[in-house]
Structure formats: structure tokens, C-alpha cells
Design a protein around this ligand. Structure first.
Ligand code: SF4
Ligand code: SF4
Ligand code: FES
Length: 365
């Protein structure tokens, strides 16, 4: 008998490939790549047990297998369903899938704030991409959205629970990478939230990785918050010899200043090598690193649209443009996240808004 393991043939959106038994439909689709790969907001190939939470990866199995060709009656989560030999799957070629995904996006956005203009994740946010690809312009939700206070989770990380989609990735990261997990999902259903037990800070050596795995702007790097838009930065691969981690990182430059340090991510937005807190938060000088060269951002991202020449900081024109006037064009809405509050009548605000304006136009009962 041949030593070669038997491979299963699976056809996804009319493209047939062979994969090892035990491969999930999502991983098989990623081997084909492009639009055939379903979006995944909670599955993370490097985190054991991840997936099965968000339902964005739903697909239609139109033929179960060669032995049992019956279609599966319901759409299935592709990250949690393994392939069978002869299976046929429809992703973007299925109207049911496209319709269901639009519904999932609508649910994910039910309580989500309109924070994109001030959110650090904008430009590299998987929920933004998902909403553009599958979302609808309006919402049918008429109730007040959930709001939360911002929480400081230790020295380096801030939690904006209003933006969290409860994907559990950060919980798995803390569980599998650090010595002691001190946060998790508290409560259930509409009350579920990411929280630390009695506001305990997260100060483990590898805890900074929760920022990278978070698909939205719920967990942010306090050393980078509000400092720059990500598409103005130039990503550069660099390494150092670190005794705790691989030391392989991406530095994000503006001019010759390192604004943030992140792990390197692959084309699916997943971390290639976990990095320690020291590399991420404390090595912010070029002299701390050996530069390898520009980072290619694989995902269809606004960051890839920047065509940088050299690493010189562009001349600041802000003061000259304002010519002594106050910067009224800035919207200070991040402290409120309140543009979603149903008691605010936005149409009463003329021109650019400041958070104080919201109190002025609050509807009175
Ligand atoms: S996480 Fe931030 S960037 Fe992403 S959709 Fe929400 S507000 Fe916008
Ligand atoms: S904070 Fe981020 S990573 Fe954690 S559950 Fe919420 S969305 Fe997921
Ligand atoms: S990626 Fe499959 S359920 Fe979230």
C-alpha cells in the first residue's frame, strides 16, 4: 500500500482541490484564496478552539460527500465543519449565503458605534471590510444601543467594549500565551462583555498580542492611541535579538519616528509570530532594531495604497493652513461614542461637531 495519506476532493465555488482529512471547509477555501475564502471574524488558525462564534463564515454544502450526496439542510459555519471526500460547497456562488451574511453583519453592527472616524482600527479593521462587502446601508434596530465605559486594562491596553464583537480571540490568546489569564467574557446574551475580574490589570509578558488578534478596535495600544491614522504610516519589517520572543516585528513609521510596533501579519490578518510586551511597547527607537525592508500588506487595504518615497517626515502644513484660527474642524466625539444615542438629534448640528454639541441637541422627553 502507498504511504501517501489519502486526500479528500472538495469543490468550493466550482473550484476543486485536494486537502487532507480533518481540514475545515474554511481552511480548504483559503488554499484556493481570493473571494472563495469566507470572511472569518472569530476563527484564528493559531488559537486552539477559536471559531464558531460569529457566523460570518457560513457556507452552503450542496453535496455532503461522494458516499452521501445529500445537501446539508442548513448553512454551516465553515470554520467548524470538516471536509468530506466529494463534498461540494457554495460560498459567494450561493444567494442564501450572501443573504445570510448580510444578516450576520446587521447583527454584528446592532450595538456597534459609528466610531470609524476616530477609531484606531480604521483602515485595518475586519469589521469595516465586512460591512463594506456585505453590510446594508441602514439598520432596522430601534432600541438604544449598549454603551460601556472605557476600561484601562493595565499600563498598555485600553478596552472599548462598545466596539467588541465578542469573538473570544483575546480570551484564547490570554489563555494560550500567557501564564495566567485574568480576563474573560462575563455574563451572557445581551449582557455579555469582555471584563477583568474586579478590574484586574492585564500585565503578562505576552498580553499585548490581544491587540493584534482583536478584529476590531476594542483593544487598543495606549502607546499609539489617537496618535496617527494607520494609512499615514509606513510599515517596515525589522528584527532584534530578544530573549523572550522571536523579535520579528513590523515597525510603523511616520518620517523617522516609530509610532507603533506590531507583530507581522499574514494575508488573512493573522499574526505570524507572537511578540512580547517589551518589543511591542518599549522599543520605539530605530536603533533598537535591524531594519529588513518595507512590509508588503497583503490584504486589500488602504495601507497598501500609500506609495511612499523615502522615510522623511512630511512637512507639517497644519498651522499654516489654519493661519492662527482654532482647529474647529476636529470632531471630539471619541469621548462620547454617543453619535448612536437615539436621544440625540444629529440634524440639529450645523457643520462639524464637538462632543459638547451633543448635549445641546439632546431630545427632551
Ligand atoms: S472597530 Fe473601529 S474601525 Fe472597525 S468598524 Fe468599529 S468603529 Fe469602525
Ligand atoms: S475585545 Fe476584541 S478580541 Fe476580545 S472578544 Fe472583543 S472583539 Fe474579540
Ligand atoms: S469564523 Fe466561523 S463562526 Fe466565526
Amino acid at each position: 500500500m502507498s504511504d501517501q495519506p489519502q486526500l479528500f476532493k472538495v469543490t468550493i465555488d466550482n473550484i476543486t482541490i485536494e486537502v487532507a482529512p480533518g481540514t475545515s471547509i474554511l481552511e480548504a477555501a483559503r488554499k484556493i484564496g481570493g473571494d472563495v475564502a469566507p470572511p472569518a471574524m472569530c476563527f484564528y488558525s493559531k488559537l486552539k478552539g477559536s471559531g464558531g462564534k460569529c457566523r460570518t463564515c457560513l457556507v452552503e454544502v450542496s453535496k455532503g460527500s461522494e458516499k452521501d450526496p445529500r445537501p446539508m439542510p442548513k448553512l454551516v459555519a465553515s470554520c467548524r465543519t470538516t471536509v468530506m471526500d466529494g463534498m461540494e460547497v457554495k460560498n459567494i456562488t450561493s444567494e442564501r449565503v450572501v443573504d445570510a451574511r448580510a444578516g450576520v453583519v446587521e447583527f454584528l453592527l446592532l450595538n456597534h458605534p459609528l466610531d470609524c472616524p476616530v477609531c484606531d482600527q480604521a483602515g485595518e479593521c475586519h469589521l469595516q471590510d465586512l460591512s463594506y462587502d456585505h453590510g446594508k446601508a441602514g439598520t432596522r434596530y430601534e432600541f438604544q444601543r449598549r454603551t460601556f465605559k472605557k476600561h484601562d486594562l493595565g499600563e498598555y491596553i485600553q478596552l472599548h467594549m462598545t466596539r467588541c464583537i465578542l469573538c473570544y480571540r483575546c480570551v484564547f490568546t490570554a489563555e494560550q500565551l500567557t501564564d495566567k489569564r485574568s480576563h474573560g467574557v462575563l455574563d451572557r446574551g445581551d449582557h455579555a462583555e469582555i471584563a477583568t475580574y474586579i478590574e484586574k490589570s492585564l500585565d503578562n509578558d505576552f498580553i499585548g498580542n490581544v491587540i493584534d488578534v482583536c478584529p476590531v478596535g476594542a483593544l487598543t495600544d495606549k502607546t499609539f492611541r489617537f496618535k496617527n491614522r494607520v494609512w499615514f504610516l509606513k510599515p517596515v519589517d525589522a528584527h532584534c535579538s530578544c530573549s523572550k520572543c522571536s523579535g520579528k516585528v513590523t515597525l510603523w513609521y511616520r518620517g523617522d519616528e516609530v509610532f507603533r510596533v506590531t507583530a507581522r501579519k499574514d494575508q488573512w490578518g493573522e499574526v505570524e509570530d507572537w511578540i512580547c510586551n517589551e518589543c511591542r511597547f518599549e522599543k520605539k527607537k530605530t536603533s533598537d532594531w535591524t531594519i529588513e525592508g518595507p512590509r508588503v500588506i497583503d490584504r486589500a487595504s488602504v495601507i497598501s495604497q500609500g506609495h511612499y518615497v523615502g522615510v522623511q517626515k512630511p512637512k507639517e502644513t497644519f498651522e499654516a493652513v489654519l493661519d492662527g484660527r482654532k482647529p474647529r474642524l476636529f470632531m471630539d466625539i471619541h469621548s462620547v461614542s454617543g453619535v448612536n444615542r437615539p436621544d440625540i438629534n444629529l440634524s440639529l448640528i450645523e457643520g462639524p461637531a464637538h462632543s459638547d454639541d451633543f448635549d445641546r441637541v439632546t431630545k427632551k422627553d
